[in-house]
Design a binder for this molecule. Structure first.
Ligand SMILES: [Zn+2]
Length: 377
């Protein structure tokens, strides 16, 4: 996700924070110091309200992180690749590159998050009980964590895709109907109904005089609505590409340029005459890298005559490479997630093709024109 920075690594998973998270931490601390704690607890000093609020806000996001870790660790234990976890304004996202292959795995992965939140809430509540009747800052923080984690667990169990509860429901419909597509369609509809209800509730609050809560609810509803819609179209694409390999869709005679020519020659003989924006670079018959307009521009123009393509290109070890046998569905998230327009397709180090967004669109258009919507079998 652009605008994110890495804060560390837990169990081999990179943890990122999105800039929006910093805004929400400030807003949350402010609303806790002037609202929640100020209303529920009296007689603390001003500094105490703010420090307690900041600690409570940070602990809440730590709990969100543990929720995401639960999803990610279950996913990894079931053989899926977890790239990273990003904390942002609405909480956290686990960036898991493939979709689960069976309803059982989907169920476990989805349920692990809310279950963890409910457990954290329960533990905080038990600790609070152990403290006895108490209005200390520690009790205040425990009380807040208990309430918020239970709310978080319950909210995420709302059965609308893409919330965790929607995934749980999807896995059940998938198991019963035998079709992932049916499961997704049912749960995205439920998700959209919930989203509209939240938006309506937001409007109701707004005109009832509760402006901030109204805007906030409407915002969450709108977010859920767009997420449900994009999840639905993504799943439609996935069912169209089921069983299709990279080799069937790729452009198998891509434009290549040798690594040892100068940038000037590259521009004059390849890029300008053909209107290219990028090209794969080869050395002997092996893929060496990728050269783009941006790489050329990063070298001062007066040096173009001497600098070889091989020095300015992105070397192959920094490129994401796929093989022709890989399924298109496994590769698509790579292109979407990294904002990559083309992936080199390599067999035994040799470039055998390029998978581009254009090639995928072309493949879809040809099939649409032929009236083929689904692969036989
Ligand atoms: Zn979750």
């Amino acid at each position: 996700m652009p605008g994110s920075f890495r804060i560390g690594r837990i169990a081999g998973i990179d943890i990122f924070i999105h800039v929006s998270w910093l805004i929400i931490i400030v807003l949350l601390t402010w609303s806790l110091a002037t609202g929640w704690f100020a209303v529920l607890y009296h007689g603390w000093g001003t500094a105490t309200y703010w420090i307690v609020s900041l600690i409570a806000a940070l602990l809440l996001f730590l709990a969100v992180l543990v929720h995401e870790l639960a999803h990610s660790l279950v996913a990894r234990a079931r053989g899926l690749t977890v790239k990273n976890i990003t904390l942002y304004i609405f909480g956290g996202v686990s960036n898991i590159e493939q979709e689960p292959q069976t309803p059982g795995v989907e169920f476990q992965m989805a349920f692990a998050g809310p279950l963890t939140s409910l457990l954290i809430g329960g533990i905080a509540y038990l600790l609070l009980l152990a403290l006895g009747k108490n209005t200390s800052p520690l009790a205040a923080i425990l009380g807040y964590l208990a309430v918020m984690n239970v709310l978080l667990g319950v909210f995420n169990l709302i059965p609308g895709f893409p919330l965790d509860g929607g995934r749980v429901l999807r896995s059940i419909v998938w198991r019963v109907s035998g079709s992932l597509r049916t499961g997704t369609r049912v749960t995205t509809i439920v998700g959209q109904v919930f989203a509209y209800l939240l938006i309506l509730l937001g409007i109701w609050f707004f005109f009832g005089g509760n402006l901030l809560d109204g805007i906030w609810l409407g915002f969450i509803g709108w977010f859920l609505l767009t997420a449900a819609q994009s999840a639905n179209s993504q799943s439609m694409l996935q069912s169209m590409f089921k069983g299709v390999t990279v080799g069937e869709v790729m452009n198998s005679s891509p434009m290549t340029v040798p690594a040892n020519i100068s940038l000037q020659k590259l521009v004059d003989e390849y890029f300008l005459p053909r209107g290219l924006r990028s090209a794969m670079v080869t050395q002997l018959d092996q893929l060496a890298g990728l050269i783009t307009l941006a790489d050329i521009r990063s070298i001062p123009r007066e040096q173009w005559g001497e600098v070889p393509v091989g020095h300015a290109m992105i070397p192959v070890d920094r490129l994401h490479v796929v093989s022709p046998q890989q399924s298109l569905n496994d590769v698509l998230p790579l292109m979407a997630g990294r904002d990559v327009n083309q992936l080199p397709v390599v067999q035994d180090g040799r470039l055998v093709g390029v998978l581009s967004r254009d090639a995928i669109l072309h493949y879809l258009e040809v099939r649409r024109d032929l009236g083929i919507h689904r692969r036989a079998g």
